[in-house]
Design a binder for this molecule. Sequence first.
Ligand code: GN1
Ligand code: MG
Length: 392
Amino acid sequence: MSLLPDPSANFELDPDLAKIAAKFVRKGVVQTIVPLGNGNINSTFLVTATAETAAKTDAEADAKRFVLQRINTQVFRQPERVIQNMRVLSDHLRDCPSQHLRRWETPQILLTNQNQSYWIDEAGEYWRAISFIEHAHVLETVENAAHAQEIGYGLAMFHSLISTLPADKLTDTLEGFHITPTYLAEYERVRARVGQTRSHPSKLSNEQTEQVLYCLTFVEDRKAWAHVLERAKAAGHLKLRPIHGDPKVNNIMLADNGQAVSLIDLDTIKPGLVHYDIGDCLRSGCNPLGEETEDWQNVVFDTALAEAMLKGYLSLAKDFLTEQDYDYLYDAIRLIAFELGLRFLTDYLAGNVYFKVTHPTHNLTRALVQLKLTESIEQQADTLKKIIQSLR
Ligand code: GN1
Ligand code: MG
């Protein structure tokens, strides 16, 4: 499935949205606005404006299409910081020589016609415009080993480009993001509040009650281990580096020739562990059924895709990874799948307050998918550890 909307889809131009989009267009006229991608947090649209009219920075000449996004301020409490980080990153990357080794692009913040980097509408919502990477696409799932290898290479390219960005230039846009013990603590709080499944507001079938119990037991059995990366960080085994924070497969764009060309969705760049990114990339890319499948019983982690992805990643990242970094790769892959399962489960128990949902048990199904994926990773621990060892 491509990120691009179906051009034949006949969307009417929403006048309110068009007014907002027009704030980012200097002289031309907004022609079309269509929903873009499947983000769980922000609302994203692709805008087409008449040629040579979209607001632009120096780096972005004559964009005819751009991305319009409403920032979810329930999640990102200080949206100015999110935008500031993006500007810091693009300024940094503009001066980075190594990205010219191959085509590589970074989404740019586009200014309003008042030269501001965001627009606040009458309802107090924050809107921003971002350059659209043309002649590129994303896929929701990884199709084959060659694709997996490119996804891995793209992540390593991003890591290597941002590695020279001083950490103190980035602000933390989402405190506690990817700190698994923080999510565990939140899970405990929510559980204490809603009690056991019987007091949960949504009516559950017997089957769903069993599913909730499966999730609760699954989390319970892994609580002690869930501190693994944070302990390694505290012990000085792993160090903080700038990271993307959300490098799932559909945030890595591919050119028409199949090569990775851009990492998009830069809301969560911050100093963190590259292990969070590696884990996130693998948990999203090595699950052929995808994270939105309803068929959670059949979710498996594909170790052949993992091998290709790690091979692509390490072909570049071996230059900056330490021996101890390798020691925690298996745990990272297992942990980020578990952590996302825990986050979906907590949100389900809390009444779906964080991730966008289309039905009341959506987050429960998503949790089951990630926990099944974790289980499959655990069952293939020996294979995965051997793969990591062979690539060292
Ligand atoms: C959210 O918005 P989106 O879809 O890029 C979430 C990620 C999860 C992801 C799961 C800020 O990302 O952490 O891995 O959903 N982003 C935030 O699909 O919480
Ligand atoms: Mg995101």
